[in-house]
Design a protein around this ligand. Sequence first.
Ligand code: NAD
Length: 441
Amino acid sequence: MKVTVIGTGYVGLVTGACLSEMGNHVVCLDVDPAKIKILNDGGIPIHEPGLLEVVRRNVAAGRLEFTTDIERSVAHGTIQFIAVGTPPDEDGSADLQYVTAAARNIGRSMTDFKVIVDKSTVPVGTGDKVHAAVADELAKRGLPEMEFAVCSNPEFLKEGAAVADFMRPDRVVVGAEDERAILLMRALYQPFVRNRDRLFIMDVKSAEFTKYAANAMLATRISFMNELSRLAEKVGADIELVRVGIGSDPRIGTHFLYAGAGYGGSCFPKDVKALAMTSAEMGIPSKMLKAVEEVNEEQKMVLVDKVVARYGEDLSGKTFAMWGLAFKPNTDDMREAPSRVIIGELLKRGAKVQAYDPVSAAEAQRVMTGWDGLSYADGQKQALEGADALLIVTEWKEFRTPDFEAIRDSLQDKIVFDGRNLYEPELIRSFGLTYLSIGRN
Ligand code: NAD
């Protein structure tokens, strides 16, 4: 099939690459010429395990192309995926300007039937707005009769495991009401859901809602565990033991029960906000989502609070090593990363921070340009050099079994503040380190 993917970010590039892997001929469009140049030069603009190989293979086979040429991209695909960003507006609602712009571009130059698929995470009712934008452009061209269908196909991939998630999805949700669109979408996704029927066709609004409901549920689990972790500390319980104790109940399950330094990333914070906005607009303000957000904001401060409890408010003269900057492992994504809040709070109190992250240093430098007192190390050991204490903010695999002796010998104060509960407290303490983690002190 001929497919166009609009937006070559984390979602669009993975979608385009994985669809081409199944034999489709995919053209990916982006308005950012720098991204398209990187792609046309044989690279990829993001860190995503396994993606470069899929991209290179399919470019070489002639099935995957990248362009900034809107007319060409509109002409190419019968199916047009919109996978552009939907960042939060000032009031927390989703900013739909990029989605609308993409839709208008399609309406401005399409010459035959198109299935326009919204893959971006968008509020309920956006399908109607996309429809109206395309229809408006066709009307301007004197082509009000030209046919098209608008579908919703929210994306559930996880950054860091995006290729695997796309190739073997838990489920594919398609919101579509047009018979031709349903037929094409079924055909497109059939190779990805061959051994079990995981393709759910529903109405557009329910599909749009499903994505927000999923992210809100996951964020709720995290905030719930974070809140419990604070109580666990007070009553002298260990949140990690509580986690396995409850997670073994199949009604609860083991996923997303990890207490930590707060959730971040490009999705949970903005999607919780956007759903809360929709609830408020509908006259039923969500008490739960407000609490989920509040708990998360406070949770980003938990490591800072522990540092301040140890050293006092004035941190001048103190240097902290930080392991991990990205909002989660296996990505370079720094959007809403808790590390940014933690570093800001430490610097504000006069401390210096020596940060190390396996892949996100360049992105971190971009989003924290000019932050005085923040420097970047090339490795775990370099970050420790001359530091008083270590903070762990992202649970990269390489931090899981570190050289505890080297940590002890490098750190002036021999303290580890662990925002991801990576170590057995008894083990790390046996190396002579003071260990402060989340919900188990
Ligand atoms: P991103 O910021 O990485 O990429 C968006 C891309 O769209 C950018 O490259 C931008 O230049 C391009 N763009 C903007 N306007 C355009 C236009 N009119 N025409 C062509 N290109 C345009 O965003 P992302 O992380 O890939 O997220 C995209 C959407 O998918 C968002 O709605 C997000 O909520 C949702 N989503 C993201 C994830 C994730 O893990 N990142 C997962 C599921 C869903």
